[in-house]
Write a protein that binds this ligand. Structure first.
Ligand code: FES
Length: 175
């Protein structure tokens, strides 16, 4: 079947919902957040440029990966609003997002690595805590799992032999 799609024809909101599986309420929310944009047709109904489908698809994936929408909004900020992004536009966005995704991957790897060790939360319940967080000195570095959230404070706050317990990683490594 020879089917020609005119990519310049905007999509009615119902079509966007059908293609993306995203409900109208979520589309309105993404619009308020500046992630997608719509205009109005002659009947004052929302219509979306076809290239918004790609943005919405990326939002779906980002949400699944736990990427904050504010991060995505920053990445999307470099994309044109009034016409479909070019290949170069997507490449530029891709490079910016890649850096963020690498940072998130590093956090996940660190979490996986530290899950059975001291994360600096102040519980002092692990054997490693006595070495990595003696007398809960990391409590002075801020709330939460300090060794996961603030890798640069890991060793400086506690003055501990970080490398001796994690030989394959370095204290200067940042997320
Ligand atoms: S795991 Fe909580 S302070 Fe070490």
């Amino acid at each position: 079947m020879d089917r020609h799609v005119d990519t310049t024809v905007p999509l009615a909101i119902g079509e966007v919902i059908r293609r993306t599986g995203v409900p109208a309420s979520a589309l309105h929310f993404y619009e308020r957040k500046g992630l997608i944009f719509s205009s109005r047709d002659g009947c004052n109904q929302r219509i979306y440029a076809r290239h918004m489908l790609r943005r919405i698809s990326l939002i779906i994936v980002a949400k699944r990966l736990g990427v904050p929408l504010s991060d995505l909004a920053a990445v999307f900020a470099g994309l044109p609003r009034d016409h479909a992004p070019t290949h170069e536009d997507w490449q530029r966005m891709s490079r910016a997002w890649k850096r963020q995704l690498q940072a998130r991957r590093q956090i996940l790897e660190d979490l996986e690595h530290e899950l059975t060790g001291c994360i600096g939360c102040g519980c002092l319940s692990m054997k490693a805590c006595a070495l990595l967080n003696p007398d809960d000195t990391l409590g002075e570095a801020g709330p939460g799992p300090v060794r996961l959230q603030h890798p640069t404070r890991r060793s400086s706050a506690a003055g501990t032999p970080y490398d001796s317990l994690s030989p394959e990683r370095s204290p200067g490594k940042s997320f």
